[in-house]
Design a protein around this ligand. Structure first.
Ligand SMILES: NC(=O)c1ccc[n+]([C@@H]2O[C@H](COP(=O)([O-])OP(=O)(O)OC[C@H]3O[C@@H](n4cnc5c(N)ncnc54)[C@H](O)[C@@H]3O)[C@@H](O)[C@H]2O)c1
Length: 324
C-alpha cells in the first residue's frame, strides 16, 4: 500500500497527538474527522487537512484504510462496531470501554472482521522493555509494585465514574499492562478503595485505590493509585527479582544490583510515536514493526479485564479471580 488513508473519531487531546506523529510519516494522509464538538473537529481539520464530517458513517463514506478512535471511555461500543463492520483497520485508545462486557463484544466483532487492530498501550513500545528483559535475564520477578499517583487530568469527563470508569480502568491500566507484559498474567486481585472523591467539581470516583495481585507465575504484586494531589507524583512500576531491582517510569529506568545503580533517561514521546508507526506499518502490510508485535485488541482486552477486576473487587470488597 503506497498511501494509508486515516480517519479520526474524536478530535481531543490524544487525537491531536496521534495526528502530530502521523504527519511525520510520508505514507499517511488524514482524510476525515468527526467530533460532536464542532470546534474540536474544525481545529483538528485546520492542522491536518482532514474533512470535517458529521458522524462515523460520514467518516466511513470516505473509505479510510484505518480509523483512530480517540473518544472518552463511555463512548466506546457503537463506533468500533461501525468501523469494524466497514472493514477498516482500528486503532483505539485505552481504556477499551467502561466495563468488560462492552470490550468483550467489540473483541468478538474484531476477531470476526479479521482486520488489523491496535490499542494505545504505548508503554510497551518503550526501549525500556527490552532493557528490563535483558536485566532480568530469565530471572523470575518475585515482587512487582505498580503505582499511579497524579492530579485529576484536565478533561471534564475524567472524575465521573459513569464517564471514565475511574482511575484504575482509565489511567493505571498502562501500569497493569506493563505488569502483564513483564511479569505475566494475574490470576486473582483483592482491592480496596478510599471512596472519597478528589476535590474536582461533581467528582464521584474513588480518590485512592490499592490492590493486591497474585500472579500466575507465583509472583505477588501491588497496585496503588490516587488522584488527590496537584502534580504527577509517580507513574510506573518496580520489579524485584533475585539480586535485581528495577524501577520503570515513562521517562527513566533505574536498575540496582549488588554492583551498584545504573540509570537511563527515556523520551516518552518515542514510545508514543513507535506505537503509531507499528500500527501504520501493519496496515500498510509491513508487519516487521517490533517483530510484528502490535498490541492488538485481543491482547489489550486481557489488560482491560484485569483493570475491571480490580475495580469490581474495590466496589464489592471481595477478591476477584481472572480466567487466564
Ligand atoms: N495512551 C495515552 O497516552 C493517552 C493519552 C491521553 C488520552 N488517552 C485516552 O484517549 C481517550 C481520549 O482522551 P483525550 O485526552 O483525547 O480526551 P478529550 O476530552 O481531550 O477528547 C475526547 C474527544 O472525544 C470527543 N467525543 C466524545 N464522544 C464522542 C463520540 N461519541 N464520537 C466522537 N467524538 C466524541 C469529545 O468531544 C472530545 O473532543 C481517553 O480514553 C484517554 O484515556 C490516552
Amino acid at each position: 500500500m503506497d498511501e494509508c488513508t486515516v480517519g479520526f473519531v474524536g478530535a481531543g487531546g490524544v487525537a491531536v497527538r496521534h495526528a502530530r506523529h502521523l504527519s511525520q510519516f510520508s505514507n499517511v494522509r488524514i482524510v476525515a474527522v468527526t467530533d460532536p464538538v464542532t470546534a474540536a473537529a474544525e481545529s483538528f481539520a485546520e492542522t491536518t487537512g482532514a474533512a470535517v464530517v458529521p458522524d462515523p458513517e460520514g467518516l466511513l463514506n470516505a473509505s479510510p484504510d484505518a480509523v483512530y478512535v480517540c473518544v472518552p471511555p463511555h463512548a466506546h461500543g457503537p463506533i468500533e462496531e461501525q468501523v469494524l463492520g466497514a472493514g477498516a483497520a482500528l486503532f483505539v485508545e485505552k481504556p477499551l470501554a467502561l466495563d468488560a462486557p462492552t470490550a468483550e463484544r467489540i473483541a468478538d466483532t474484531a476477531r470476526k472482521a479479521g482486520v488489523v487492530t491496535a490499542v494505545g498501550h504505548h508503554w510497551r513500545y518503550s526501549p525500556a522493555v527490552d532493557l528490563v528483559r535483558e536485566l532480568l535475564d530469565d530471572r523470575p520477578v518475585r515482587l512487582v509494585a505498580g503505582s499511579w499517583i497524579d492530579r485529576v487530568p484536565p478533561v471534564p469527563w475524567w472524575s465521573r465514574r459513569a464517564l471514565s470508569g475511574g482511575q484504575i480502568v482509565e489511567q493505571a491500566v498502562h501500569v497493569l499492562d506493563m505488569i502483564r507484559l513483564l511479569c505475566g498474567d494475574v490470576v486473582e486481585v483483592n482491592a480496596y478503595a478510599n471512596a472519597t472523591p478528589p476535590g474536582t467539581p461533581d467528582a464521584d470516583i474513588d480518590g485512592a485505590t490499592v490492590a493486591i495481585l497474585q500472579l500466575q507465575s507465583g509472583a505477588v504484586g501491588t497496585v496503588t493509585a490516587a488522584c488527590c494531589v496537584d502534580w504527577k507524583h509517580r507513574a510506573g512500576l518496580e520489579l524485584h527479582a533475585d539480586g535485581l531491582s528495577v524501577t520503570f517510569r515513562e521517562d527513566c529506568i533505574t536498575a540496582r544490583t549488588a554492583q551498584g545503580t545504573t540509570q537511563r533517561s527515556l523520551l516518552p514521546d518515542d514510545a508514543k510515536r513507535a506505537a503509531d508507526r507499528a500500527f501504520i506499518d501493519a496496515v500498510a502490510g509491513n508487519g516487521s514493526a517490533r517483530g510484528g508485535g502490535l498490541v492488538d485488541y485481543e491482547e489489550a482486552l486481557r489488560t482491560h479485564q484485569l483493570a475491571c477486576a480490580i475495580a469490581t473487587s474495590a466496589v464489592h470488597n471481595r477478591p476477584v479471580k481472572l480466567d487466564v
